[in-house]
Structures are given as structure tokens and as C-alpha cells.
Design a protein around this ligand. Structure first.
Ligand code: FMN
Length: 224
């Protein structure tokens, strides 16, 4: 019988970004339980600056149909600037993550059409039955965005602990205005990113994507 630290480690190590979901929705009682646990995330002065909108059913289908069309039509409205350009070791890691995904789905570096198709799957939420859109109320900034990150990881680990999967997606912030309009979110709530989630497709190639991490010595400095 594992003790709680072993169980927790297994949950942390079991979470990966998954990119193929079964379409069946999660039962409402389980959804409520999961989001109640996620509410326990810490935040600066317990301000809990996350306004979360979960889209499912017909609302999600509207987004799934219209977001790709709008993106291809050049409609991009982001609340926070993002150019996706990294340098040095960060560029190497970004490249490593892309290689891991494209290798998993069998798309080669030369296959531009294949890469585009895989990228566009962001906007159909990898077929997930639910998407949580994470908004930060004005005038919050960097400090409260860190709180949002803590919320997101708590939510994703909770999903993992229930055998469910998730993918955090900056791509889901590309059409903030449209998402706000469809979900009835006030202009003062700014969209940071979205998380697609649901039951993972067990044998989907995309879900075989494994990323590595830098050695401890590269990232952590112990002082005494
Ligand atoms: C805030 C955030 C935004 C992300 N945006 C995307 C995205 O738009 N599309 C995508 O496929 N993956 C996205 N990812 C997933 C990362 O690529 C992934 O977390 C990273 O490669 C590490 O892999 P792992 O999550 O499987 O451990 C995002 C992750 C985070 C934390």
C-alpha cells in the first residue's frame, strides 16, 4: 500500500499534456467535485483571482466550429501579447517539445501540411467534451497570473487523479473577444489560456507524447 507521498508523486508524474479525448462528457457530480478540489489552490492573500468559465455541450460546439474558421480568416484578438519566440536554452526546450509531439503523431519536419493540421487541432480542443477558459480580472497582472498558474496545475492534477486528462493551451487565448462574446464574459476579464479536458483516448498516438525535463542542477540552486 503506497503512502500519500508515493500517490502524490504518481499523480504528478502521471499528468501529461494529452491531445486526444473521448467526446463523452464527464458526469456533473464528478465535475463539481474536481472543481471544488481545484478551488483549494493557493493565491496571494487568498485573493483567488481566477474567473473560470467551463464550456461544454452546444456552447462548446459553437466555439469548436467557429474558432478554426475565424483563425484561418485572420481574426486574432489576444489580451496578453505573445510572439512564441524563445532564445537559447528556452528555444532548445521549445524545439524538444515540438519534436516530441510531432514524433508521437508521425509528422515529419518537412510535412508542413501535417504540422498545420496538428496545430489546428488546438482549436477543436483535441475533441475534448469540456474546456476551462481561465480569465484574470482587471487590473491584475503578473503576480496574479502566477496564482492562475497554481490554480491550473491544481485543476490538472485533480483531473489526473481521477484518471482524466487535460491540455493547457495558450492557443485558446487567440480569440479572447469571441470567447468572451460566446460565454457572456465581461470585457474586464482578460483571457490568459484555456484547458481542454476529458477522458483520454487510450491508444491515440498524440497521447504518447513524452517530454523531458532539465537536470535538477540546471534549475535548482540549494544554498546554506
Ligand atoms: C500555459 C501553457 C500553455 C500551453 N499552450 C499549449 C498550446 O497552445 N498547445 C499545446 O498543444 N500545448 C500547450 N501547452 C503544453 C506544453 O507544450 C507542455 O506542457 C510541455 O511541452 C510539457 O509537456 P507535458 O505537459 O506533457 O509535461 C501549454 C502548456 C502551458 C503550461
Amino acid at each position: 500500500m503506497s503512502d500519500s507521498s508515493d500517490i502524490f508523486q504518481a499523480v504528478v508524474e502521471g499528468r501529461r499534456s494529452l491531445r486526444a479525448f473521448e467526446p463523452e462528457p464527464i458526469e456533473p457530480a464528478l465535475l463539481e467535485r474536481i472543481f471544488n478540489v481545484a478551488q483549494r489552490a493557493p493565491s496571494n492573500c487568498n485573493t483567488q483571482p481566477w474567473n473560470v468559465h467551463v464550456a461544454s455541450g452546444a456552447v462548446l460546439e459553437k466555439l469548436r466550429t467557429e474558432i478554426p474558421e475565424r483563425f484561418m480568416g485572420g481574426d486574432i484578438s489576444m489580451d496578453f501579447p505573445y510572439d512564441g519566440v524563445y532564445d537559447g536554452v528556452y528555444k532548445e526546450r521549445q524545439h524538444g517539445a515540438a519534436v516530441a509531439l510531432y514524433d508521437a503523431v508521425g509528422v515529419t519536419r518537412e510535412d508542413k501540411a501535417g504540422r498545420h493540421t496538428q496545430f489546428m487541432r488546438n482549436f477543436t480542443f483535441f475533441d475534448a467534451p469540456h474546456v476551462a477558459f481561465l480569465f484574470l480580472p482587471e487590473p491584475f497582472g503578473l503576480r496574479e497570473a502566477a496564482d492562475l498558474g497554481m490554480y491550473a496545475q491544481t485543476l490538472m492534477l485533480t483531473l489526473t487523479s481521477h484518471g482524466l486528462g487535460s491540455c493547457p493551451q495558450t492557443a485558446l487565448s487567440f480569440q479572447a473577444n469571441f470567447v468572451r462574446e460566446v460565454l457572456g464574459v465581461p470585457e474586464t476579464d482578460k483571457l490568459v489560456f484555456g484547458i481542454s479536458f476529458g477522458r483520454p483516448v487510450a491508444d491515440a498516438p498524440a497521447n504518447g507524447c513524452q517530454t523531458d525535463r532539465a537536470d535538477l542542477a540546471t534549475a535548482i540552486n540549494f544554498h546554506q
